[in-house]
Design a protein around this ligand. Structure first.
Ligand code: ZN
Length: 338
């Protein structure tokens, strides 16, 4: 095969090559150690000396044109391959992103903050205490000795004879009176525990908030004013309150407070059992015995206390009829409070 024929064949193959891999094979086939053009050079020895320069030039020219063709083909193929790669990796920036679900405060926490802020605005402090409590602080100093029938009102988890899971946040009131001289004006929120079975209105653990005011000349009218102000701030100006006589060992006199049913607005419905009012908290004037137990002179000081279930307030505010919803944390329920 002549030089020209070899070059023509090589250029044809280069033109048909579709990838840089194929081009490389063609380079080896013609210009490699045993390539067709390289082998031509080796024929030089068989020629007469005067023929050699012309032959050498011709082979070099053939080699040059194949190299040139390989180079420009390589450039074109590289461009084509780049374009294909870009197309394959193309990102559609007009596609909408994946929405990130936003977290929010649990409805109980939201209601707690709301109640707390109302009392903070009235000048109350927020005090906390342990959930595992001495029987002495949970019961005895609150005028509920071991044989007192009132213990039956609260079904208690006993850790030992002298230690309980607190059944109310009242022991924080005891701790406050023991540690602070009046005037006292504080609320104590927290988890409390009773041996109740779970149903729509009971849970063995629930959230309570109590309040205590102790000072000179504190009267039942101060209690009424404080509770009415709180209720109006929490439920709205239109809600009415009713103080009914009640009984608690640690207050005397005691009252239970009803508010206009938030579901029916006072007309009567299933939620309020037709009464038009629902009970939301208990309160009273601090029993002088409790003041004395906590080292305060009942001749000098008087006070009032109140307690409410945060769960119950959340339920009445939002018309939730089953307390379990607050503790099961079903995202479909929680999302309604975002
Ligand atoms: Zn009602």
């Amino acid at each position: 095969m002549s030089n020209d024929e070899i070059v023509k064949k090589a250029l044809g193959e280069i033109g048909a090559a579709g990838s840089s891999g194929e081009l490389n094979d063609i380079r080896v086939k013609y210009l490699g150690k045993k390539g067709e053009i390289t082998m031509l050079m080796k024929q030089m020895g068989t020629l007469a000396p005067e023929e050699r320069p012309a032959f050498g030039q011709a082979v070099n020219a053939a080699r040059g044109s194949v190299e040139q063709a390989l180079l420009s083909a390589a450039e074109k193929i590289a461009q084509k391959e780049d374009a294909a790669k870009l197309a394959a990796e193309r990102v559609d920036i007009t596609l909408p992103g994946r929405a990130q679900a936003l977290g929010a405060l649990h409805p109980l926490t939201q209601v707690y903050y709301e109640i707390r802020d109302i009392f903070l605005s009235m000048g109350f402090d927020v005090n906390e205490g342990p959930e595992i409590e001495l029987d002495q602080y949970n019961f005895e100093m609150l005028n509920i000795p071991k044989d007192h029938p009132a213990r039956d009102m609260q079904d208690t988890f006993y850790v030992s004879d002298d230690v309980v899971l607190r059944t109310h946040t009242s022991p924080v009131q005891v701790r406050t009176m023991l540690g602070q001289k009046p005037p006292i004006r504080m609320v104590c929120p927290g988890r409390v525990f009773r041996t109740d079975d779970v149903d729509a209105t009971h849970s063995p653990v629930f959230m309570q908030m109590e309040g205590l005011v102790v000072g000179k000349n504190i009267r039942f009218s101060d209690l009424k004013g404080t509770i009415n102000t709180f209720i109006r701030n929490f439920y709205g100006e239109d809600v009415k309150t009713k103080f009914r006589p009640g009984f608690f060992p640690f207050t005397e006199p005691s009252a239970e407070v009803d508010v206009t049913c938030t579901v029916c607005g006072g007309k009567g419905c299933a939620a309020c059992k037709g009464a038009g009012m629902i009970e939301v908290l208990g309160c009273g004037v601090v029993n002088p015995v409790v003041l004395q137990n906590c080292g305060l002179n009942p001749e000098e000081y008087s006070g009032f206390a109140f307690g409410m279930g945060i769960d119950r307030l959340a339920n009445t505010k939002y018309g939730i009829t089953d307390i379990r919803l607050l503790y099961e944390n079903d995202a479909r329920f929680l999302r309604q409070f975002v």
